[in-house]
Design a protein around this ligand. Structure first.
Ligand code: NAD
Ligand code: LMR
Length: 342
């Protein structure tokens, strides 16, 4: 979907102008943390979407230049910049979707949970402003540890009396993107055909690719399942180590976030056939938040798809049970963080 709609196909016969015919509806999108490693390439991809009329870029510094640069692209959306807490409210007013990649990334040797102390406060402050200024917007959380920052966002929204669980999403699309890539490579499949649901959460063993549910139907040896599962679970660390202190995944993350955002906009636009994996409030398991495939619609999550959790292999069932204590602890840590501050 992303390839079809965001990335323009440029051939000698097509020009950018032809790619961007006006659509029936267009939407306002805000990126909080827009000057960062994810924020900048994400802003570029969003600037290319025909479904976006306004792109609001917010950061605590360096966002003016990013916005000036981006605003010269001759695509329809208007780019506006907002710097610092005093301009946050104006950034958020009238926005349909807010994407939050603000916060510090990992360095080698760190877990995502090691980011909690800094990023929990950042997410809390930003979501408070979202609650005050655009409580109806879809909220897409990228900042780590996602397993805790989404519960933090939910608690903040509850305290403000505007929590709508259907509109709060932890972005786990990168796990799906990675699973699709690694499976296609391993099995020599066409990338475009491969779809692997990834459930659970977004850290280490809480990332559970359901390889038995891969489409198209593929058979894996147990050795392949274990090797692919571990590679998908450690893919973030693979990038952190390769970047050797300069941060974590930014480009693949921007690609993944742009895909999830485009799906959200298509859902808002009335497309009745939009499915993505996401970490959301869920009753699929005993855990209050859980990533799975969800159907997206105008009002947010329209349905949580339970079918993927039916008929799991023994290995997948064991991995599912094994992830629950860690995911539960991360959720509780997020909830306690907001409740303690009351
Ligand atoms: P980065 O340091 O390059 O950029 C972060 C940006 O956030 C900076 O521009 C910074 O100024 C800004 N920022 C800090 N405090 C802010 C505040 N209070 N308000 C607004 N902006 C603020 O980091 P990055 O590589 O872009 O990563 C950002 C976050 O995304 C990290 O927490 C990282 O772990 C996470 N991440 C998540 C996924 C995922 O799959 N969900 C993937 C990759 C990275
Ligand atoms: C990822 O999966 O790449 C992100 O969560 C960043 C990280 O710290 O690994």
């Amino acid at each position: 979907a992303l390839q079809a709609s965001i990335v323009p196909k440029i051939s000698p016969k097509t020009s950018f102008r032809n790619q961007f015919q006006p659509r029936a509806s267009t939407f306002k999108v805000a990126i909080l943390g827009a000057a960062g490693g994810i924020g900048q390439p994400l802003a570029l991809l969003v600037k290319m979407s025909p479904l976006v009329s306004a792109l609001h870029l917010y950061d605590i510094a360096n966002v003016k230049g990013v916005a000036a640069d981006l605003s010269h692209c001759n695509t329809p959306s208007q780019v506006l910049d907002f710097t610092g807490q005093l301009e946050l409210a104006n950034c958020l007013k009238g926005v349909d979707v807010v994407v939050i990649p603000a916060g510090v990334p990992r360095k080698p040797g760190m877990t995502r949970d090691d980011l909690f102390n800094v990023n929990a406060n950042i997410v809390k402050t930003l979501v408070e402003a979202v609650a005050d200024n655009c409580p109806d917007a879809f909220i897409l959380i990228i900042s780590n540890p996602v397993n805790s920052t989404v519960p933090i966002a939910a608690e903040v929204l509850k305290q403000k009396g505007v929590y709508n669980p259907k509109k709060l999403f932890g972005v786990t699309t990168l796990d799906v993107v990675r699973a699709n890539t690694f499976v296609a490579q391993r099995k020599n499949l066409r990338l475009i055909d491969v779809d692997v649901p990834v459930v659970g959460g977004h850290a280490g063993i809480t990332i559970l690719p359901l390889l038995s549910k891969t489409r198209p139907l593929v058979t894996f040896s147990q050795g392949e399942v274990e090797e692919l599962t571990v590679r998908i679970q450690n893919a973030g660390t693979e990038v952190v180590e390769a970047k050797a202190g300069a941060g974590s995944a930014t480009l693949s993350m921007a690609y993944a976030a742009a895909r999830f955002l485009e799906s959200s906009l298509r859902a808002l636009d009335g497309d009745g056939d939009v499915y993505e994996c996401s970490y959301v409030q869920s009753d699929l398991t005993e855990l209050p938040f859980f990533a799975s495939r969800v159907k997206l619609g105008r009002k947010g999550v329209e349905a949580i798809i339970s079918a993927d959790l039916e008929g799991l292999t023994e290995y997948e069932s064991q991995m599912l049970e094994a992830l629950k204590p860690e995911l539960k602890a991360s959720i509780e840590k997020g909830v306690a963080f907001v409740q303690k501050k009351q």
